[in-house]
Ligand binder design. Structure first.
Ligand code: FES
Length: 179
C-alpha cells in the first residue's frame, strides 16, 4: 500500500433506535378528561358572569329641574334650549315643554316670535307654537315632554317621557295647568 492511497469513506452507522413512546395510561386519559371538563365549566361560568354584567352606557338623567314654574311668563322660553334642548311654553291655561328636535331629520328649529312659529333651518319645516307642522317635510308634530310640579313649586321636566298626539298632549302629564 502506498502513502497516497485514498482513505476509505466512513461507513454510515445505523441510527440509534428512538426511545419507545410512553404509553397513555388510564390515569393520563382520565386527567385529560377532567381537565377538559373543568375548562368547559370554567368558560361557561365566565360567560354567565359576563352576562350578569352587560355593557351599559350610563347616560345623564333625562329629567331636570327648570326652576319655579311661576317664573315663566306667557310665551316661549329658550332658557333651557342650549343646555337641555327644550322650550318651555306658557299660555293662559298652563305650561308645557317641547323637545327642540325637528321631526324630519332632527335639527334644532328656532323660535321666531314675530312670526309666531318655529322654523327649522335645515329643510324648512315650520311648526306652530303648539308644535303642529304647518310647512315643510316634517312628518309629525314636535314632541312634548312630561312636566310635573315639585313640592316646592319647581317645574320638573322629563325628556324620556314624550307625547305628540293632539288630545293627549294637552293633558297631564304633558301639560301643567296653572291658575
Ligand atoms: S331636519 Fe328640520 S326640516 Fe329637515
Amino acid at each position: 500500500m502506498t502513502d497516497n492511497a485514498p482513505t476509505p469513506a466512513p461507513v454510515p452507522q445505523p441510527a440509534a433506535p428512538a426511545p419507545a413512546a410512553k404509553p397513555i395510561t388510564r390515569a393520563d386519559f382520565l386527567w385529560t378528561g377532567w381537565a377538559m371538563l373543568a375548562a368547559f365549566f370554567g368558560a361557561s361560568a365566565a360567560a354567565t358572569a359576563r352576562f350578569m354584567f352587560p355593557n351599559v352606557i350610563y347616560e345623564p338623567s333625562q329629567k331636570f329641574n327648570a326652576g319655579p314654574a311661576k317664573s315663566y311668563d306667557l310665551g316661549v322660553s329658550i332658557k333651557f334650549l342650549s343646555e337641555q334642548r327644550v322650550w318651555i311654553i306658557r299660555n293662559e291655561k298652563g305650561i308645557y315643554a317641547m323637545w327642540a328636535r325637528c321631526t324630519h331629520l332632527g335639527c334644532t328649529p328656532n323660535w321666531w316670535g314675530d312670526q309666531n312659529r318655529f322654523k327649522c333651518p335645515c329643510h324648512g319645516s315650520n311648526y306652530t307654537i303648539a308644535g303642529d307642522v304647518i310647512a315643510g317635510p316634517a312628518p309629525r308634530p314636535l314632541w312634548r315632554c312630561k312636566v310635573e310640579l315639585s313640592a316646592k313649586g319647581d317645574l320638573i321636566i322629563d325628556k324620556a317621557v314624550l307625547e305628540d298626539l293632539p288630545g293627549k298632549r294637552e293633558l297631564a302629564p304633558y301639560f301643567l295647568e296653572m291658575a
